[in-house]
Design a protein around this ligand. Structure first.
Ligand SMILES: *Cc1c(COP(=O)(O)O)cnc(C)c1O
Length: 406
């Protein structure tokens, strides 16, 4: 058994930094609620077409203010982060335009939004609509701004940045990094629309990508901004004309933002964004603990416990597949829901090796709740993230390490 008191001492300064960020973001959210005059009547939705859904419109005002946007779409009809991002692409891009990712290849689930699937099937991807795509590979883990002049052309209407590494083996990009990249993009093409995939990033830092010069962001409400309680939904925020374009894509051309009943989810959406800064802080404290605790047992962790963070993802490297499977199984056993389930490695589309996934969450697929997963191939990386309470992460991680090292 390692010296737990010592671990607590060593991570204390980093927990205090997280608390400072939580305090800042909590005040930002509180101010937005007050400035938008949120009232309890806003928790009830219209029905049918959803015209004059005042609760929905006010919530979108709250999101816009929090994220430094002119306007926002916050909807249960956005079924996931991928759907929100896809809506942003199809809302803004037109045949003949090009989408350029400057942070390397994007998150797995966006593949088929952009191009035909591996088996050649095209379900109406950007490619199918004559919208081309390029990804600029990272250079030593950083955006290769020196090549912007070569790769940005007159057709490059949208330049995309993925803030979080997602499940890739590369660093995540901080708000400061994003600010630098946006400046370089705009210097080459001032009218380029800079889109940031903000998934996993919300409230991890004091500022958000729009404040760093981006034009449009999107994310999922079963990740950070849902505070762990929102059961479904996504958001898009940014410049007004872009949000209008996305709204006409989400509903139908000509209908736009005015339609879409929110039914029973409004109250949890308000409550979720209100508690989100705190819950994100809990997950981050859990991640710092995970990094330090595993390090003390000789496992490599990334980011390291003392590193600055811009997202929730904690990578832990195991020596072999067996260790990784045992660890993930123990995380499952320490879950509040489905603790009795035994995760088995299995195939997953987009991966060439089996993947193990531990998730005993209240909301299906929620990643602000504690989960652990990863592909079973060297370098045996498990992604451990989320946690509604830092204490739960601590208990689960201690048990899992015990099981792996005993
Ligand atoms: C989770 C995630 C997505 C996709 O979100 P889903 O809700 O799973 O569709 C996209 N990009 C990044 C970086 C993510 O972490």
């Amino acid at each position: 058994m390692n010296d737990i008191v010592n671990i607590e001492e060593e991570i204390r300064p980093y927990k205090e930094k997280i608390e400072d960020i939580v305090l800042h973001n909590q005040e930002k959210v509180l101010d937005a609620f007050q400035n938008q005059n949120v009232a309890d009547r806003h928790f009830h939705s219209e029905t049918g077409y959803g015209y004059d859904d005042e609760g929905r419109d006010t919530l979108e005002g709250v999101y816009a203010e929090i994220f430094g946007a002119e306007d926002a779409l916050v909807r249960p009809q956005l079924v996931s982060g991928t759907h929100a991002i896809s809506t942003a692409f199809f809302g803004v891009l037109r045949p003949g335009d090009e989408l350029l990712y400057v942070t390397g290849e994007p998150y797995d689930t966006l593949r088929e939004v952009i191009e035909p699937a591996g088996d050649g099937a095209d379900h109406g991807s950007l490619h199918d609509f004559g919208i081309s795509y390029r990804a600029l590979p990272l250079k030593e883990g950083a955006v290769d701004a020196e090549r912007f002049r070569e790769v940005i052309t007159s057709r490059t209407k949208m330049v995309a940045i993925q803030r979080s590494k997602g499940y890739a083996d590369r660093p995540s990009f901080t708000i400061e990094d994003i600010e630098g990249v946006v400046k370089e993009i705009k210097a080459v093409k001032p009218d380029a629309i800079v889109f940031v995939d903000n998934c996993y990033g919300e409230f991890v830092e004091k500022a958000e990508p729009l404040e760093a010069g981006a034009d449009l962001i999107a994310g999922s409400l079963i990740k950070n901004p849902g505070g762990g309680i929102v059961r479904t939904g996504g958001y898009i925020a940014g410049r007004k004309e872009l949000i209008t374009a996305c709204a006409h894509r989400l509903t139908a051309p000509g209908l736009g933002k005015e339609m879409g009943a929110t039914l029973s989810v409004l109250q949890e959406m308000y409550q979720g964004i209100f508690i989100a800064p705190h819950v994100v802080g809990e997950a981050l404290k859990g991640a710092v603990y995970t990094a330090k605790y595993l390090d003390s047992y000789g496992f490599r962790t990334k980011p390291f416990y003392d590193e600055y963070r811009t997202d929730l993802i904690q990578t832990v490297y195991f020596d072999n597949a067996e260790q990784m499977v045992d660890f993930c199984r123990e995380i499952q056993k320490a879950s509040p829901v489905n603790a009795f389930a035994l995760p088995e490695p299995g195939p997953l589309p987009g991966y060439d090796s089996d993947v193990i996934m531990a998730a005993g969450t209240f909301i299906q697929g929620a990643s602000l709740e504690l989960t652990a997963d990863g592909p079973l191939r060297p370098p045996y990386m498990a992604f451990v993230q989320g946690g509604l309470t830092a204490e739960h992460v601590k208990i689960a991680v201690r048990r899992a390490v015990d099981a792996v090292t005993s």
